[in-house]
Design a protein around this ligand. Sequence first.
Ligand SMILES: Nc1ncnc2c1ncn2[C@@H]1O[C@H](COP(=O)(O)OP(=O)(O)OP(=O)(O)O)[C@@H](O)[C@H]1O
Length: 233
Amino acid sequence: MNDTVNTAPPLHLDGVVRRYISGEETLEVLSGADLTLHGGEIVALVAPSGTGKSTLLHVAGLLEKPDAGCVLLAGQDAGALPDGGRTELRRDRIGFVYQFHHLLAEFTARENVMIPQMIAGVPRSQARARADELLADFGLAHRLDHLPGKLSGGEKQRVAIARALANRPHVLLADEPTGNLDVNTSDAVFDALLVTVRAHGVAALIATHNMELARRMDRIVTLRDGKVVPVEG
Ligand SMILES: Nc1ncnc2c1ncn2[C@@H]1O[C@H](COP(=O)(O)OP(=O)(O)OP(=O)(O)O)[C@@H](O)[C@H]1O
């Protein structure tokens, strides 16, 4: 058994460049962006609309390839892997939460949290136990068998966060995870998100427009001229 401790940070972006080309025009959204997420660290990404938050999250989450620079997950260079290897790395290491829950409507809350685990090869009974435990952490023990259509907006988003944590990711990436909820619900869902992410020791990068929520995280960064820069609390 390999008992070497991996001390590499869960996520490291090094000189990431991402350009979009439409017709004659090239838009360079990321121009040498550097960012390191340390183990268990929760970082807020707060930047004006259109500056590249989603692009940064997509590149960090291996959904888009950078045009230059590297994305390293626990020291492993994703760019050096074939597409299949990237998909596996994404599945095993990264959890995503989006502004909209994207739950599967015909499956219950429990099944929505079980499915990614079963895709990853976790036996059904184990996936079920993990789903029940995570949903209980989010105060949803009484909603396990509900279809998404029977859940409130806040409950649906809690299920989506539980699903993102189901495969024990090292990194959670969230793009305006409570942006679609009213203020009170957003605060409650955010509390649950922070408590659970901290309890599980997951490193997280969370894009939000809400500076109050951002101040509750470990540090705040923004995007300026395509680069990640710190924001003083
Ligand atoms: N696939 C694409 N093709 C062309 N341009 C794109 C593409 N995706 C994003 N862009 C452009 O890149 C810029 C950054 O977009 P991005 O969605 O990353 O910003 P954002 O900061 O997340 O914005 P918002 O807060 O409004 O969601 C925008 O000008 C956008 O129009």
